[in-house]
Each structure stands twice: as C-alpha cells, then as structure tokens.
Design a protein around this ligand. Structure first.
Ligand code: THU
Length: 126
C-alpha cells in the first residue's frame, strides 16, 4: 500500500471521531509489519483529560489484537497545519516501533513524513 492509500484510510477514519468539545476530528491508519491496517479516531470526553487521541486509539486496537510491530502511521486532521502526533502519542508509538514512519496530513491532503526517531529521539524508558 502506498502513502496516499494509507492517508485516505486515515481521513475516512476521522469521520468516526467523537469531537463535541474541540470540533477537530483526527483519523489515524496504523500499518502493521504484516500489512494489516488498524484505524483510530479521537474520542473526546466531558472530562477533557480522558480524551483519547486517534493514534493511541489505533495502537490500542492493534496491540489488543496481537500486533506489536508497526511500519507506518498516517494521521489526518482537517487543519491548516500538518497534523503532528502529540507527545503522548509519540511515546506510545515508540514503545512498540521506534523506527516506524509517521505521515502527517493537513486539509487538502498534502503531507509530510518523518521517521519516528526524529520526532521522538529520547523516549522515556527504564
Ligand atoms: N488529537 C489527536 O487525536 N491526536 C494528537 O496527536 C493530538 C490531538 C485530538 C485530541 C482532541 O480530541 C483534539 O485533537 C484537539 O486537541
């Protein structure tokens, strides 16, 4: 699957976002090493801190189904800037696949791509 196809899946996943507070839907498409793709969207809560980001939604779905090794994640948000993963999502992604590729798209569909090692060079570990 090429980058564009993975980004299209991420955009489609954003349609399921539950965002009554921010009004900012985010979608993610997480590609596992074996080619399986898990989607995620942000799920907000009246207790704002309990909100789940699209990326972590996808990771939790994948890991709970037995997948722990990822090659790429596409993230789509209908904003003016590229939809970059937040710090918590970077930490969680790097727990499983620090060398994966991160595709970040914005409204209109253009995107940037970074190795996760560049976005999260010093993750927490013990
Ligand atoms: N959000 C994500 O889904 N992923 C991120 O990496 C950053 C932020 C969501 C959380 C919230 O629902 C909305 O974007 C605005 O912060």
């Amino acid at each position: 699957m090429n980058d564009r196809e993975l980004l299209r899946i991420a955009k489609e996943a954003s349609l399921n976002a539950y965002v009554p507070y921010s009004g900012f839907p985010v979608g993610a498409a997480l590609e596992c090493d074996d080619g399986t793709v898990y989607t995620g969207c942000n799920v907000e809560n009246a207790a704002y801190g309990d909100t789940i980001c699209a990326e972590r939604c996808a990771v939790v779905k994948a890991v709970s189904e037995g997948h722990r090794s990822f090659s790429r994640i596409a993230i789509y948000g209908e904003g003016q800037g590229y939809c970059m993963p937040c710090g918590s999502c970077r930490q969680v992604l790097s727990e499983f696949s620090p060398d994966m590729e991160v595709l970040c798209a914005k409204a209109g569909g253009s995107y940037v791509s970074y190795p996760l090692t560049r976005l999260m060079p010093y993750k927490f570990n013990f």
